[in-house]
Design a protein around this ligand. Structure first.
Ligand SMILES: CC(C)(COP(=O)(O)OP(=O)(O)OC[C@H]1O[C@@H](n2cnc3c(N)ncnc32)[C@H](O)[C@@H]1O)[C@@H](O)C(=O)NCCC(=O)NCCS
Ligand SMILES: Nc1ncnc2c1ncn2[C@@H]1O[C@H](COP(=O)(O)OP(=O)(O)OP(=O)(O)O)[C@@H](O)[C@H]1O
Length: 201
């Protein structure tokens, strides 16, 4: 069974996924991490990005300058769509290969764009990590040291809170402390194991 886990920027997807992995041994595949692999130096996608945006999106060591590209693509939706068209099929391939190696009773596909990019069709259930937008903004700005306007622009490029919740089979409400999030993850994990063993929920 593959379970999708999504939520807006800074909602707590990684915090929830870490709990599934560390406390319960669940195999986690993270689309954001795959998005780094597909643009590593030497990969054709990095050359395509440099052709389009110039050397300004490269660091001195030849790797992608991610903050510079982030600044460009979240200012201009045309550039973002170009980047997504280039990277999403490559990310998907990495995700599929990694999921195929999962050995835990179920695997988790963590993706900020699970619904927007159609990746949820690979999954049997969808978990949404839900927080009010004010918390998303505050936690992301504190974590990434980026201007609130840029976080807002990223949020606008993502599904709305309501659209996401409409796709949810399960919701993790992450407006409290980490212990509260962990308790919800632990309860969901128990439910999934019960589902897999054929018990009714
Ligand atoms: C623009 C890039 C280089 C910025 O890199 P950076 O290291 O600063 O951010 P990172 O990749 O860790 O993403 C941080 C968060 O931004 C949001 N985000 C990233 N890409 C997108 C996007 N295309 N649309 C909406 N939100 C996005 C997500 O919430 C993500 O968790 C990078 O995000 C990227 O390559 N994006 C395009 C690929 C993509 O769509 N990835 C996300 C889903 S797989
Ligand atoms: N319940 C919580 N209490 C306090 N801080 C939290 C909580 N949950 C997450 N955080 C913090 O908020 C920030 C965002 O969380 P996290 O990185 O897990 O979000 P994310 O959804 O994976 O973000 P992104 O979409 O950007 O990858 C992190 O600094 C994390 O440590």
């Amino acid at each position: 069974m593959i379970i999708g886990l999504t939520g807006g920027i800074g909602s707590g997807k990684s915090a929830a996924a870490d709990r599934f992995a560390e406390a319960h041994g669940v195999h986690v595949v993270d689309a954001d991490m795959k998005s780094r692999v597909v643009v590593e130096p030497g990969r054709p996608a990095l050359a395509r990005i440099v052709d389009r945006f110039g050397d300004d999106v490269l660091l001195d060591n030849g790797s992608l300058n991610r903050p510079a590209l982030r600044e460009v693509v979240f200012r201009d939706p045309t550039q973002r769509l170009w980047l997504e068209e280039l990277l999403h099929p490559l990310i998907r391939e990495e995700v599929v290969n990694d999921l195929a190696s999962a050995e835990s009773p179920y695997a988790l596909l963590v993706s900020p764009l699970l619904i927007e990019s159609g990746q949820h069709r690979m999954t049997e259930r969808v978990i949404v990590v839900d927080v009010p937008e004010s918390i998303q903004l505050a936690r992301t700005a504190a974590r990434d040291q980026v201007p609130l306007d840029q976080v807002r622009a990223i949020m606008e490029a993502q599904a709305s809170r309501d659209d996401r919740l409409r796709q949810a089979h399960d919701v993790l409400v992450n407006d409290g402390d980490l212990a509260a999030l962990h308790a919800q993850v632990d309860a969901l994990h128990d439910r999934y194991l019960a589902m897999l063993s054929g018990d009714t929920l």
